[in-house]
Design a protein around this ligand. Sequence first.
Ligand code: NAD
Length: 448
Amino acid sequence: MIEPATEKVLAEVPEAGVDDADRAVARAKAAYPAWRAMAPRDRGNALRRLAAAVEREAGKLATLEARNVGKPISDARGEVAMMVDVFNYFAGAPERLFGKTIPVAGGVDMTFREPLGVVALIVPWNFPLAIASWKVGPALAAGNTIVLKPATLTPLTAIELERIALETGLPEGVLNVVVGAGRTVGERLVQHPDVAKVAFTGSTEVGKRIGQLAAASIKRVTLELGGKSANIVFADADLEKAAASAPLAVFGNAGQDCCARSRILVERSAVDRFMRALEASVKALKVGDPLDEKTEMGPLISADQREKVASYLEDGARVAIRGSAPDGPGYWFPPTVLSPVANTDRAAREEIFGPIAAVIPFEDEADAIRIANDTVYGLSGSIWTGNAGRAMRVARALETGTISINSNNSVRVTTPFGGFKQSGIGRELGPHALEHYTELKNIFLSTT
Ligand code: NAD
């Protein structure tokens, strides 16, 4: 593992192969009957113990994550805290996996939500701990056993999570971590006959491949994929507030965020005022050492990623605002705002996954909706306006899974998160997540 802020070796991790993936699935399969049969209260308590143990090790986990991903330590701490919240939230689920009774003639009809078996969880490098928790929490609560595959660039906290889980007494085989490449270990997990479901977060391109591979055995799949979200700012909004919030809504995690609001749509009459306020907040962003408490943005994950991001400044892109970034070792890239951008430009169409925002002017409400929806993605987005009726009209018209009004917040532990269109299939977090880790069974009991 290379530390993105220093380009020095942080740790060496042996890479698993297909045989290791098979062994992990076998362990998970062996552990499944007992885990599934465990009393719901006991399964919930196992998740509570896991949450408490993660909380005890929060400092260590956050530092490891900050160094491995290059993310600000305050963000890394937030992610560990989210993992704790997610595990505690889903700890209440085993006793609340309610079924229904349905009125029928001649008997009693009941539905049950039952676990699937072994589930493979494949996660990316941008929020390794948080995204793992979104899947591990509901999967375990529902009674499944797990093989978790972190991204090869960022496996360290997943390895720690497995150790912590075993130390809290989670039965052996219930949570197995395999560190290996997507093309080998990832694809083996997706095709393994003993894996009942794949929950994947990553790029849309890999999501398509996983969908194709899983189709061969009708494997259950949930996909949380890329985004190109719109941050729509109307002239009647609190422009100062919108402009103060916009930079971290794109540049948070150095722009390596599926929810990045990387298309900032601004009503034409407000563009000049908005740009002045935006410039001040972009220039004020603190970019630097991830372990510094004051840092708001760190480096990119790798040299390859930096090269890809830099390619969006070719082709005559108009750089309107450029923030600062350190020189020297580390995969740094300054926060950058392009303006004006047409929604047909490459910077407005592709997920850049780096700190580049595109400001796109619009004429009126209908134009804003048209531009916002003119993308293959539909993950997230924001609407800034002082008009509540307009806010709701636009929110309902957007082809997007997760919308905030006068806020750039996307993710809450207790509410569903996921995408429309090519941003994915399924929802994570909140009560809906459990549907994706269970099958619905119907039982009819004759009373005649
Ligand atoms: P990626 O698709 O390259 O990799 C994600 C994971 O899939 C990694 O563990 C990788 O090893 C594995 N993988 C790669 N190829 C595979 C294959 N053929 N079969 C099985 N597994 C394979 O994504 P990334 O570069 O790690 O992450 C960035 C992407 O993730 C961005 O597109 C981003 O938008 C998306 N993302 C989405 C969400 C969301 O919730 N919607 C959240 C975070 C990131």
